[in-house]
Design a protein around this ligand. Structure first.
Ligand SMILES: Nc1ncnc2c1ncn2[C@@H]1O[C@H](COP(=O)(O)OP(=O)(O)OP(=O)(O)O)[C@@H](O)[C@H]1O
Ligand SMILES: [Mg+2]
Length: 181
């Protein structure tokens, strides 16, 4: 159970670029058709996660980061709801099944490593999923999963997440570190 089914062959191919993979396309790619499918991917991913795991979510506003996190939370059996809080930087969703808690970080307003440190996150005993954490939160662990969510080319810049049309996303998952080796 230590190896993620998402790891594929990407473990080796990314070793040279460790620490700089937010934009990487070397991981496993999935096309995700809509909201429900994104949640399902989250459940699939969540089923492979255990205490100490860190997932870094990268993608533009409305990409589906929170939607994916919702699925992860369902698989872990934590208390919801998982939302996008406006002023909360990290929220702990306690396990309802005796497993690890889910710490959902929204680093959008996080300025630096000191502020991140102030959150006092228990990385060892939780599953940590961080939106907008790329380039900052990886320093907290020797292993993490990079999840990059992209909207298709030509979708336009005037995208309003509030409209939320069902629209495909490309999700690229790249594992880093010994946990996924
Ligand atoms: N294929 C898809 N995958 C995920 N969400 C989709 C998809 N198609 C449409 N949506 C819609 O896009 C929105 C994604 O919102 P969500 O809050 O998950 O994004 P986010 O990446 O967390 O945004 P933010 O950066 O503001 O936190 C939802 O309203 C969802 O219904
Ligand atoms: Mg969000």
């Amino acid at each position: 159970m230590s190896r993620s089914p998402f790891a594929g062959d990407a473990g080796e191919s990314t070793s040279g670029a460790a620490g700089d993979a937010g934009e990487s396309t070397s991981g496993t790619q999935r096309v995700v058709g809509g909201t429900a499918e994104m949640e399902a991917l989250g459940r699939e991913l969540g089923a492979t996660l255990r205490a100490g795991d860190l997932v870094v979510l990268t993608g533009p506003l409305g990409a589906g980061k929170t939607t994916l996190t919702r699925g992860i939370g369902e698989a872990l059996g934590v208390r919801g709801p998982i939302t996008s809080p406006t002023f909360v930087l990290a929220r702990t969703h306690p396990s309802l099944v005796g497993g690890p808690d889910l710490v959902h970080v929204d680093a959008y307003r996080l300025r630096d490593a000191v502020e991140l440190d102030d959150l006092d996150i228990d990385y060892e005993r939780s599953v940590v999923v961080a939106e907008w954490g790329h380039g900052l939160i990886e320093a907290e662990s020797d292993s993490w999963l990079d999840v990059v969510i992209a909207r298709p080319e030509g979708a336009g810049d005037d995208f309003d997440p509030a409209d939320a049309p069902e629209e495909p996303r490309t999700v690229t998952i790249t594992p880093h570190g010994p946990r996924w080796a």
